[in-house]
Design a binder for this molecule. Structure first.
Ligand code: V47
Length: 371
């Protein structure tokens, strides 16, 4: 899209060569990433990232009428930062039946986002069947389900290759994979906070295989705990390299860590940090369509501000989110469509409803699919 170049008044000279690269279509490197995390000139960084987003999408900011469904929180893993999972026999655990899962798909939504724990009583067939049954009952509903962590575990319990698991899910009606389970790809952080979980090698193997099978995916980064700026930049550059080799990522979603009762120190958590992380990601990820302002973790007001720091997608209306609300997130569990549109307009942008594949859609009765 041809849009006017803003006249930037650099208060930090270190940003000038980055801007020249961005405008001329050049690529930012690791040192540029660090310069963006270190600059005191956050507002200029934001204007650069906003321009990069508007060059792709004009003033449009996307959202989808969706709902999250967490069919089970029983999990064989024990990750320090997770307040959602329960061990078998522990109180506060659940495993939904199909009727309850169908209940999450009602109300005229266009996308269901399904993730849960690794339930030792559910074989791959149960997870596969959830997708198949939703597809049969709701043929037009977009199904975004199971993170790379789940896919890799299915492949081990079912003794099938990752590719085979993904192929079967696709045949059952899966449309795309969500971006969760990535956390931070640093091995140092993984050993400290989520040792039992897969790291970059397996996570990227799953996403690469999905892209090769024509299944689009998202990607995330959990930030604001013990990770360093270097580890954040490295994380994003790994994703960019994978997107070059095997394209298929739709969005990148920086997830602001909610400490809950985990005892993990919150580090560099502030509105400034959120805005900086969104902007730096937008500028580094020159081969990604969208950076998402996930209002559930950023908070609705911060998500609206992030729309001027390079974010071009607000995820969705959601309703019933559990993963971060069990870790004490103070945002509402859902957002009605009119509130979503208002937040986007307040940022000076144009709300654009989408479906799971970012096709433009319009739901006439906006009271439908409210949270
Ligand atoms: O992988 C867990 C994170 C993720 C906490 O693909 C936490 O469109 C903050 O991936 N504080 C799941 N974050 C959510 C996710 C997601 C969300 C929205 C959209 C999409 C998408 C994906 O939530 C987990 C983990 O990184 N998480 N606990 C916590 N205490």
């Amino acid at each position: 899209m041809n849009i006017e170049l803003p006249k930037l008044n650099f208060r930090d000279r270190a940003l000038e060569p980055l801007w020249d690269k961005v405008v001329s279509g050049g690529r930012l490197d690791f040192d540029d990433g660090m310069a963006m995390y270190r600059t005191p000139d956050l507002m200029t960084l934001g204007r650069m990232a906003n321009w990069a987003a508007e060059r792709r999408h004009g003033k449009k900011v996307y959202y989808v009428l969706n709902r999250q469904c967490n069919p089970t929180n029983f999990c064989v893993l024990d990750c320090k930062f997770c307040e959602f999972a329960r061990r078998k026999g522990e109180s506060g655990g659940w495993a939904m039946g199909m009727d309850e899962i169908f209940g999450h798909c009602e109300g005229g939504i266009r996308e269901i986002h399904i993730v849960g724990g690794l339930n030792p009583d559910w074989g791959f067939d149960t997870y596969l069947d959830i997708v198949r049954q939703i597809r049969l009952k709701y043929p037009d509903l977009g199904i975004k389900a199971w993170t790379a962590v789940e896919i890799e575990w299915f492949s081990r319990v079912a003794k099938k290759s990752i590719r085979q698991v993904l192929q079967e899910l696709k045949e059952a009606g899966l449309d795309m994979l969500p971006g969760g389970g990535a956390e931070v790809f640093s091995e140092r952080v993984r050993r400290e906070l989520y040792k039992p979980k897969i790291g970059w090698d397996k996570w990227s193997e799953v996403h690469r295989a999905a892209h090769e099978l024509g299944i689009p995916t998202n990607s995330t980064m959990l930030f604001g705990h013990i990770e360093t700026y270097e580890e954040r930049v490295d994380h994003v550059l790994k994703l960019r390299a994978l997107q070059d080799e095997a394209p298929g990522f739709r969005t990148f979603i920086p997830l602001a860590f909610q400490p809950g009762n985990t005892g993990i120190p919150v580090n560099r958590a502030s509105a400034q940090e959120d805005a900086r992380t969104v902007a730096a990601s937008r500028l580094l990820l020159d081969n990604f369509d969208h950076v998402k302002a996930y209002w559930v973790m950023l908070g609705a007001e911060m998500a609206s501000i992030a729309l001027n720091f390079g974010a071009s997608d607000m995820d969705g209306t959601i309703g019933r989110e559990k993963i971060v609300h069990m870790a004490g997130a103070s945002s509402p569990e859902g957002l009605a469509t009119d509130s979503m549109r208002k937040l986007i307009r307040e940022a000076g942008k144009e709300p654009q409803e989408r479906d799971i594949f970012y096709r433009h859609v319009s739901t006439p009765d906006l009271t439908l699919a409210s949270a």
